[in-house]
Ligand binder design. Structure first.
Ligand code: SAH
Ligand code: SF4
Ligand code: F3S
Length: 474
């Protein structure tokens, strides 16, 4: 393989792993990639995985390219949750091949990672000859070796879901932004009838307590002031603390709250069935746990919820919210909704509008039902016409928008701490997040990562404007 590297090119560390055999060497060999671009679609867990892949490739001696089409290696970290998300992958592959073609006719090495890789690995390899690596969400620690194999002229696929975690094989985290993600739990055992996640991410697996505390410490040393704990069902996380006692997410959040320099802890996504007493109580007692809860209900109709295999009813969900609000009255509630689940009647949809009014969401995500191959709902009767779904989605969005606006307007007049996350569009303008995860824009002399006091002065449905008060100590 050395002979295939053009004269004058420095050998890449990736070459050392190139003799691992993952597939036949059918393609033309290319020099080992030196620059990469990772693009993540889908949920925050994919964003976290994308960051870890980038760190891994950096440790292997590669550098991040600013422009995707100029990168030697493009990693598409994909999402399979809805049909549209999946189709995006194929159109992106076409675009990279077209726009990334070099003068010598070569194209960037394309790797497909994430949930589409897991679910449709073979199909991708067959449909898209330009894809040279397919790597599932549990196997991406092997990415460098697979890329080396592909550069040597092969094609590599790895979609095993081994029970042992990949995390141990990843490099220690170094430099991160002020707000960082930390995956604590992966996979899902809930099997909602519409959802692919249990198939693409596998069974629920909690990372060990000690590993998480140490990764959180590394994130804080690397600059994080806020950590969002991630999991497909994050509140199902369980482990044992450093004295061997059983620990749930509340105990983990308590341990992280003891880390100096870490100011804010968040978690998502939670399942109503796993919202235990300790976690509810933590919202009243752990001052670093932010007043925000992403707790998807999906529908307000008990018949639909049962057909979805959600374990809650509209009533049990509302009672749960009451208990959380008793601990933290100002909590900002977020959720997910699906409109047009098979068989959903107009009256059942009206029950979803009703629960929105009763639960009072500060923000939410809503989706048209998308039939996913292999899921039970895909073969249910009563699929809803697209125009009916469109119309219901519009009404749902209008109801949610009304509540977001009301929630944000109720914040006007409050003084709160904002974590500065990025520069705004105008000179001197900054964007940050309130404790309730609202976007707040303001002007002033601050820096990225500062926690600053801001008076909230005006509100729209998606953001607030604020006036800077003073830079908080520390
Ligand atoms: N584990 C989380 C999130 C899973 S995926 C949870 O249970 O809440 C994020 C959201 O995508 C889901 O909450 C659901 O609202 C939506 N979703 C999942 N499968 C879908 C499908 N087939 N069609 C439309 N929306 C879907
Ligand atoms: Fe999907 Fe349901 Fe699991 Fe959430 S709880 S990931 S919606 S199966
Ligand atoms: Fe999508 Fe996989 Fe996340 S399907 S939503 S990227 S778990």
């Amino acid at each position: 393989m050395d002979g295939m590297v053009p004269a004058g090119t420095l050998p890449s560390p990736l070459q050392s792993a190139a003799n691992l055999a993952y597939g036949p060497r059918l393609m033309t060999a290319s020099p080992p990639p030196r620059t990469f671009h990772v693009k993540s679609f889908g949920c925050q867990m994919n964003v976290y995985d994308g960051e870890r892949m980038a760190e891994l490739l950096t440790t292997e001696g590669m550098t991040a390219a600013d422009v995707r089409e100029q990168a030697d290696l493009v990693v598409l970290n994909t999402c399979h949750i809805r049909e549209k998300a999946t189709e995006k992958v194929y159109s992106d592959i076409g675009r990279i091949v077209k726009e990334g073609r070099r003068e010598d006719g070569s194209v960037p090495l394309i790797a497909v990672a994430g949930c589409v890789a897991q679910a449709e690995g073979e199909e991708i390899m067959a449909r898209a000859p330009s894809v040279r690596v397919v790597v599932g969400p549990q196997a991406y620690h092997r990415l460098p070796a697979m890329v080396a194999e592909a550069a040597a002229g092969g094609r590599a696929t790895e979609t095993d879901m081994p029970a042992e975690a990949k995390f141990a094989a990843l490099p220690r985290r170094r430099k991160v932004g002020a707000s960082a993600f930390l995956t604590v739990q992966e996979g899902c055992d809930k099997f909602c009838t519409y959802c692919v996640v249990p198939y693409t991410r596998g069974a629920e697996l909690s990372r060990p307590y000690a590993d998480l505390v140490s990764e959180a410490q590394a994130l804080v040393e690397g600059g994080a002031r806020e950590i969002t704990l991630l999991g497909q069902n994050v509140n199902a996380w369980s482990g044992s603390d450093n004295r061997g006692r059983p620990a749930g997410l509340a105990a983990l959040a308590e341990a992280l709250a003891a880390i100096d320099g870490l100011e804010r802890i968040r978690y998502m996504t939670s399942h109503p069935a796993d919202m235990d007493d300790a976690l509810i109580a933590a919202h009243g007692s752990n001052s670093k746990l932010m007043p925000f809860l992403h707790l998807p209900v999906q529908s307000g109709s008990d018949r639909v919820l049962k057909a979805m295999n959600r374990s809650h009813t509209a009533e049990s969900y509302l009672r749960l919210l009451e208990r959380v609000r008793a601990e933290r009255p100002d909590i900002a509630l977020s959720g997910d909704f699906i409109v047009g689940f098979p068989g959903e009647t107009e009256a059942e949809f009206a029950e979803t509008l009703q629960i929105i009014d009763e639960a009072r969401y500060a923000q939410a995500f809503s989706f048209k039902y998308s039939a996913r191959p292999g899921t039970p709902a895909a073969t249910m009767d009563g699929h809803i016409a697209p125009e009916v779904m469109d119309e219901r989605l519009q009404r749902l969005l209008a109801a949610l928008q009304r509540h977001s606006l009301a929630f944000n307007q109720a914040s006007v007049g409050k003084r709160c701490t904002v974590l500065v996350e990025r520069k705004g569009r105008h000179a001197g303008q900054w964007l940050g997040k309130s404790p309730w995860l609202q976007s707040v824009h303001f002007t002033g002399d601050v820096a990225l990562g500062d926690l600053v006091e801001v008076d909230l002065v005006d509100a729209g449905p998606n953001s607030l404007s604020g006036r800077l008060v003073e830079i908080a100590a520390g």
